[in-house]
Design a protein around this ligand. Structure first.
Ligand SMILES: Cc1ncc(COP(=O)(O)O)c(C=O)c1O
Length: 440
């Protein structure tokens, strides 16, 4: 018999609790089977939509671009929006060279690779891409995967087990955490090197393989891991280092090669991981490492071995995209001009943007309901930004996440800044004025 359900959201309770509820409340309700949980969640989603707080899965009719057309869920009509939720930092999704190279590969090889890479699915352009990405990252070899999540997760699963330890920054991406589920995980405070050293001191003699895994650029905060010091510490304690370059490739480093280049330590990081889905504008992931480790991963990573190889068209676009990053540095310069302008203005307006140093800006509000309301108001004004709520971030850290691209114009940025000021700053100033008048 099914155990007594501990939380059963009836409609009234849901309405009463709406402001207190988060996704975490629906994930593991003790005693509720999956269909009961899904049923409760469906009620929550219905309420979220009724309140116009469902700012997820907005449907684009045009694809990623600084301004894009979406089909508005609430009106059913097309709506033009300034799109500030994309990771397409250099706008390579629409670069003529990436499009042309994708089409050439599509024509030449067809729509699919036909098989898994080890058993018939490897094309010559996959090898070309592996070589190119390895060179780009200053490593001897690289393995390419069909998703960034799968590359992190599959690589870590193949490398670490119960005899080993993964030492992770508490803000590491879910794909890293998921990949470490079968090993011992020790967490350290975000970017805190003293804490990291304490963990290394305590655990490094107790395990076989010791691996520190961090994000180069943190996806919800836009700050950078102190990778040079992490590599030094790792060396001192006999640990390896893996860095996830998802939001760093194409963005930081004087040639856009990412965090190791930013800190002038190229070739000194054991495993450089990354995605093809952000600045490179397509989809997929990679691990760059030594030849021995890369070959080991090809045979022991299940997300590589048991998954069909990357489509030719994506591989073609990626080879062209890496050339664009190398040969058109002006795209990165424009992105950085936008970053500096936007950051300066956000700080002048008094927003808390944490330690953002890159193209990702968290506007930290700390109140889930306010974030949801603000996102809806910004949506009405044609500003497409994402709410980031608990459990994606800590409870008092809910925020709006904004990301910039090189092709956002000054007008796009000013319109966004004006809207943010109208939504967050002016109501506060008005309330303050009213309070002062009342006191007088
Ligand atoms: C830091 C980080 N690592 C890995 C991933 C996974 O990449 P992909 O979207 O290519 O699967 C993401 C993406 O969302 C990310 O932000």
């Amino acid at each position: 018999m099914k155990p007594e359900s501990q939380i059963n959201l009836n409609k009234e309770k849901l309405l009463k609790d709406y402001t207190e509820l988060s996704l975490a409340d629906f994930f593991d309700i003790p005693g509720n089977d999956i269909y009961e949980r899904a049923g409760d969640f469906a009620e929550y989603v219905k309420e979220t939509k009724k309140r116009k707080h469902y700012n997820y899965r907005r449907v684009s009719a045009t694809g990623a671009a600084p301004v894009m057309t979406i089909i508005d869920r609430y009106t059913g009509r097309e709506k033009e929006m300034i799109y500030l939720a994309s990771n397409d930092y250099l706008n390579l999704t629409r670069h003529p060279k990436t499009i042309a190279a994708g089409m050439v590969a599509l024509e030449k090889y067809g729509t699919g690779a036909g098989s898994v890479p080890l058993l018939g699915g490897t094309l010559d352009i996959h090898i070309e891409l592996e070589e190119k990405i390895a060179r780009f990252k200053g490593c001897k070899d690289a393995v390419i995967f069909t998703s960034g999540f799968g590359s992190n997760c599959g690589t870590l699963m193949s490398m670490l087990n119960q005899n080993d330890v993964a030492i992770l920054d508490i803000l590491d991406h879910a794909s890293i955490v998921e990949g470490c589920k079968n090993t011992n995980i020790k967490l350290f405070k975000h970017n805190d090197l003293d804490y990291l050293e304490k963990v290394l001191k305590r655990y490094s003699s107790k395990f076989r393989t010791k691996l520190i895994a961090v994000d180069g650029v943190y996806s919800m905060d836009g700050d950078i891991a102190p990778l040079d010091r992490i590599v030094e510490l790792a060396k001192a304690y006999g640990a390896y280092v893996m860095v996830d370059e998802a939001h760093a490739s194409g963005v930081i480093g004087s040639n856009g090669r990412g965090t190791p280049e930013h800190f002038h330590i190229e070739g000194k990081v054991d495993i450089v991981a990354g995605t093809f889905s952000k600045a490179l504008g397509t989809v997929g992931g990679f691990i760059a490492a030594s030849e021995e480790l890369a070959e080991y991963i090809r045979f022991f990573s299940k997300t590589y071995m048991f998954s069909t190889a990357m489509t030719p068209q994506v591989a073609g676009s990626l080879i062209a995209g890496l050339d664009v990053i190398e040969n058109e540095p002006e795209l990165r310069s424009r992105l950085w001009t936008n970053i500096r302008y936007f950051k300066g203005n956000l700080l002048d307006l008094g927003f808390n943007i944490g330690n953002s140093e890159t193209a990702i800006f968290p506007i930290i509000i700390g109140d889930d309901l306010l974030v949801k309301e603000a996102c809806s108001e910004l949506h009405e004004r044609g500003i497409y930004v994402n709410p980031v709520l608990y459990p994606a971030v800590q409870k008092n850290q809910s925020r709006i996440r904004i990301s910039l691209t090189s092709k956002h114009t000054r007008e796009h940025l000013d319109e966004t800044l004006n809207a943010l000021e109208d939504v967050f700053i002016k109501p506060k100033q008005n309330a303050e004025l009213i309070k002062q008048k009342c006191v007088v």
